[in-house]
Design a protein around this ligand. Structure first.
Ligand code: UD2
Ligand code: MN
Length: 534
């Protein structure tokens, strides 16, 4: 046990020594790079070697029989075994390396990282990646907001690292209020928010800064690469997806339209996005403050990404994704922490606040999609409504027309719409054969979206076409004729062809067919993403 610990400690210390060496050399590199353009004196003097020797920051390794996912919902062993300064594959488009971002701005960025009981190795890697991969003179500080973690030293020990400042909440505030507190502490011109299990990739900050210096009213997001929650392998994400949401205000990815792709000169060019995926973004501190920061009434987790996106768009700014900037994030399946107000209600309440403030009359579509939100007490919206009127923000209708035309108004006659699913399988149209098939659900696959059940015509529509039965057994998409081959009803989760009383069913090879209805048969149960109340 003792041997294991001291080995671990030795490993951590040598990692730090490496960081220090790397750090000193990368600093020299930076000085050289900017000497021609900037006053040399503006590069701060660094002394990481001394600090490294003082730092004793050892994470808790999992016991041999421990479930490695139990504490953090990612593989704790994999995270612990990695050095804090590991190298990453450069996932940018090859030509991103050659882009020159003009004279380095004289403005600095404060990186804000809120965390609650984060694994030490993951938190340290987040900070080290920022310090190692950012020219020092662009970074004002790294503000770690400890959201009342059980062990105060998780944060405080890191305050000896260069540029790192730690603030600790008196009580658990949740990630949204923690980020607000971090922003209030910040002194940089720009704010960059990161999760506490991220790794920024090479050249990540410059392309983001380039955008905000051109337009101070923009919210810019890097492409968020995937750090595998089990192996911690770093993988590229698609740089061609924009962010959106459905009427329940659930975030979803959308492919760029053909028009948007052709309009962009090159795959490296930033593109506009209706919303950002989450909390990894850069914004000018001034614009963030004028927007009323995040709504401080949002609790613990969720919906602040939609809130900041809607605000920025509606109040005179925009939202962009910058493909040449890459930041890795450990995506997890569950939250490894408690929700004092209950997980589902917290999120629903947060989205209700966003809908109430920013959706205008369109909020009724949100309530149709999320009927349970009606009864929740969302609290006072006064402050956010004031921001909205002070900044003379546009109505949501403008956003629908100009920013997010993909978000269609639900037809009043549709009782359900979105994807038509069975477990993780989705109904998908095949344009060439006019057939339909089942395929693994994929948010960015357009042919799986826009299904709707129209109560009035008893039809299942996909865009302009209707789900139809040909020769009594083949399921196809045809022009809507309101004939008996196209009339369906829904009994619970079953989808029934009215004329024959047969049920829509998935076969063993995921083929679609009609079959005698069997109560409770899994292969006959279907769900739409959004159910509207009649
Ligand atoms: C996604 C976003 C996150 C935020 C969230 C919705 C990405 C990569 N992540 O988070 O930035 O937008 O959706 O709100 O887009 N934390 C606290 N206090 C708490 C709970 C969490 O400080 O009470 C910290 C946590 O340690 C982490 C961050 O907040 O650093 C985000 O939480 P998460 O990683 O559990 O959530 P995730 O990745 O689903
Ligand atoms: Mn996260």
């Amino acid at each position: 046990m003792w041997r294991k610990r001291s080995l671990l400690r030795l490993a951590m210390l040598s990692t730090f020594a490496l960081v220090a060496v790397y750090y000193t050399t990368s600093q020299l590199h930076t000085i050289k790079k900017y000497r021609n353009r900037r006053k040399v004196g503006s590069v701060p003097p660094w002394a990481p070697v001394i600090l490294v020797n003082e730092l004793q920051y050892v994470g808790t390794a999992p016991e041999d029989d421990e479930d490695v996912f139990a504490r953090h919902a990612f593989n704790l062993r994999s995270s612990n075994e990695l050095p804090s300064d590991r190298s990453l594959p450069d996932t940018r488009h090859a030509r991103c390396r050659d882009v020159e971002y003009g004279a380095a701005p004289l403005q600095t960025t404060s990186v804000v990282v809120a965390f609650h009981n984060e694994d030490r190795s993951a938190l340290l890697r987040t900070v080290v990646s920022v310090l190692n991969r950012t020219p020092p003179d662009l970074i004002e500080e790294v503000i770690l907001v400890d959201d009342r973690s059980d062990d105060e030293q998780d944060g405080s020990l890191l305050s000896s690292l260069p540029k790192v400042r730690v603030v600790r909440n008196q009580a658990r505030e949740g990630l949204i209020r923690s980020r607000i507190l971090g922003a209030l502490e910040a002194r940089g011109d720009f704010l960059m928010f990161l999760d506490s299990h991220c790794e920024v990739n090479v050249g990540w900050l410059e392309p983001l800064l380039d955008r905000v210096t051109q337009n101070a009213l923009t919210v810019v997001s890097p492409v968020i690469d995937v750090i595998d929650m089990d192996t911690f392998q770093y993988r590229a994400s698609s740089p061609q997806l924009k962010g959106g949401f459905d009427w329940s205000l659930y975030f979803k990815w959308l492919p760029l339209s053909h028009e948007e792709r052709t309009r962009r000169g090159s795959p490296m060019e930033p593109f506009l996005s209706p919303a950002i995926a989450g909390g990894l973004f850069l914004i000018s501190r001034d614009w963030f403050q004028r927007l009323g920061m995040f709504d401080s009434g949002l609790r613990i987790w969720g919906a602040e990404n939609l809130e900041i996106s809607l605000k920025s768009w509606l109040c005179g700014g925009n939202v962009e994704v910058v493909p040449c900037s890459r930041v890795g994030h450990v995506f997890r399946k569950t939250h490894p922490y408690t929700f004092p107000g209950g997980n589902a209600d917290t999120y629903l309440r947060n989205t209700k606040r966003v809908a109430e403030v920013w959706l205008g009359d369109h909020k009724r579509f949100f309530y149709e999609a999320q009927p349970n939100a009606r009864a929740l007490d969302a609290g006072s919206l006064q402050e956010q409504l004031e921001v909205k009127s002070q900044l003379d923000c546009r109505p949501f209708q403008w956003y629908l027309e100009n920013v997010f035309p993909e978000l269609k108004l639900p037809n009043e006659e549709n009782s359900a719409f979105g994807q038509l699913k069975q477990g993780s399988q989705c109904l998908q149209s095949e344009v060439e054969s006019s057939g339909v098939k089942l395929a693994e659900c994929n948010e960015s696959e357009l042919s799986q979206h826009s299904w709707a059940f129209n109560v009035h015509t008893a039809s299942i529509q996909h865009g302009k076409l209707c789900l139809s039965v040909r020769n009594k057994l083949n399921l196809v998409l045809e022009t809507c004729t309101q004939s008996y081959q196209q009339e369906w009803s829904r009994h619970g989760r079953a989808v029934v062809l009215l004329s024959s009383g047969q049920c829509l069913e998935s076969g063993i090879r995921s083929e679609l067919r009609l079959s005698e209805c069997r109560r409770g048969a899994m292969s006959q149960q279907w769900d739409f993403t959004v159910e509207l109340q009649a």
